[in-house]
Design a protein around this ligand. Structure first.
Ligand code: NAD
Length: 440
């Protein structure tokens, strides 16, 4: 399941054609290798605001070399700008003054993070200025090139010390296919980060349930959570048992829509582990048809698998107090749930409902339990390999990185939410889409 166009653009003849015909030229994206440093290179820090004092310490914990001066000839892997001190739109020119001189001094796969204050917590001119940061970062994401990413992180007041797991994700190759995103820290009833973790093995001692773990994105989520130290309980339908047991020795075979599935899952987790720390609702299906040709059973099946079953399983686990304090619930939405897609009224509704599920639970979960979701764009899996060539090409190229993502890109985003240090990350929906042109 490789991207043949991307391989072609890296051949001698491909390079000539790309240059002369102005064809999209997908950069090679670096992925994280277990045990490697999170940031390989220097991070330039700019701006003056609430984060100024804590940023150097945070970057030090990531083993990143940081500096606040751009010496002549220096190259940068990352740029972090604390914009929390910008209190009116006339201050925004500070962004241009910091970024313009260094935009040509970036290494390959550079990482840019702008930090602001959630506008909804502000009033007047400061609110207007902070809202402007979204347009700035989303535009920079579309022009940075070289496989670079640009994000905006809104940090609520009082949460300055809760940024470590988020910077570890956004400044490292783990966020290879995440760009143009707005992350909120410390909003929606979140608690400040409490547990200290080893950034290289943050999930040591944690138990994670991953549904749909036998193949595709779910299999990769299981592997990444295991790499980070978790014990993974995989779940998939009975015909997938052979594949599932290769992923993890701890597994449940069930159709999540079966009436007894929530009870079966709860009993397994209780008896074997006394509870669960991380629940990833990844199992999902598409049964595409234009609405004019749709049948009630197919429409209903998509909704049952993609959202009603995750709702019932979550309710059961919460009711029986099986999700431990500082636990994590993670949904898998889709770009189709944000932008809509032809033939996908059922799928789009189910994936928008995953976002609704995050919104509805984020304010009411007890004991530091959080809920967040990922919304993948075009990810190269068996599901998308079946898409006809022309549609697949459009899906793969219509994003700022001119390529599809890999299952590992979704898995790494989920591992960031799952970290015990991400307690302040609650109620977010982050797209893993290479900044796709579709939707917001
Ligand atoms: P996939 O079809 O390769 O894997 C889905 C897994 O879920 C399979 O192992 C399947 O057996 C399991 N499953 C399906 N119905 C089930 C049920 N009723 N009970 C238990 N298990 C069940 O799909 P994928 O591409 O890996 O997608 C994983 C998730 O990511 C899905 O929720 C999908 O909607 C979402 N997603 C995928 C993409 C993409 O580009 N591949 C894009 C956006 C969202």
């Amino acid at each position: 399941m490789s991207d043949k166009y991307q391989s072609f653009t890296q051949s001698a003849i491909g390079k000539v054609l790309v240059k002369n015909l102005g064809l999209p030229s997908p950069a090679k994206l670096e992925r994280y290798a277990a045990g490697a440093p999170l940031v390989k290179g220097t991070v330039l820090v700019g701006g003056r605001g609430r984060l100024a004092e804590s940023l150097d310490g945070l970057l030090g914990e990531l083993d990143a070399t940081s500096t606040d001066t751009a010496a002549a000839g220096a190259r940068f892997k990352g740029l972090v700008f604390d914009a929390t001190g910008l209190t009116s739109t006339s201050d925004l020119v500070a962004l241009q003054e910091f970024f313009t001189p260094v935009m040509r001094s970036l290494e390959n796969n550079p990482r840019v993070v702008v930090i602001g204050t959630p506008p909804e917590q502000l009033t007047g001119r400061e609110r207007v200025a902070q809202r402007a940061l979204e347009g700035f970062t989303r535009s920079l994401g579309k022009e940075i090139g070289k496989g670079g990413t640009v994000q905006l992180v809104y940090v609520a007041k009082g949460f300055e010390g809760s940024l470590l797991s988020t910077l570890a994700f956004l400044l490292s190759p783990k966020s290879a296919y995440v760009s143009g995103q707005v992350v909120r820290i410390g909003t929606k009833n979140a608690s400040p980060a409490a547990e200290q973790v080893d950034p290289k093995k943050p999930l040591t001692g944690k138990v994670a349930l991953v549904t749909g773990a036998a193949r595709g994105i779910g299999e990769e989520i299981a592997k990444v959570l295991q790499r980070d130290g978790a014990t993974v309980v995989g779940l998939d339908i009975p015909p997938s048992e052979d594949d599932l047991k290769k992923v993890t020795p701890d597994y449940i075979t069930a159709d999540i829509t079966a009436e007894d599935a929530p009870g079966k899952i709860a009993s397994y987790l209780e008896e074997k582990f006394g509870g669960v720390d991380i629940v990833v609702h990844n199992a999902g299906v598409t049964l595409d048809k234009k609405l004019a040709n749709q049948k009630a059973d197919r429409f209903g099946t998509v909704l049952e698998i993609n959202i009603s079953a995750p709702e019932r399983i979550t309710a059961k686990l919460l009711e029986q107090n099986l999700i431990r304090p500082n636990g994590r619930i993670i949904g898998v939405s889709s770009i189709a749930g944000i932008a809509g897609n032809l033939g996908q009224t059922s799928y789009g509704a189910s994936k928008a409902a995953v976002i609704g599920f995050v919104d509805s639970l984020a304010e009411e979960l007890p004991d530091g339990i959080t809920i967040n979701a990922v919304a993948p764009g075009f990810i190269i899996t068996q599901m998308t390999a079946a898409v006809p060539f022309a549609t697949r090409e459009v899906g793969q190229r219509l994003n700022a990185m001119s390529q599809g993502g890999l299952p590992v890109d979704v898995a790494e985003t989920i591992a960031w939410y799952a970290s015990p240090a991400s307690t302040a990350v609650n109620g977010n929906v982050v797209r893993v889409c290479g900044q796709m042109m579709l939707g917001a």
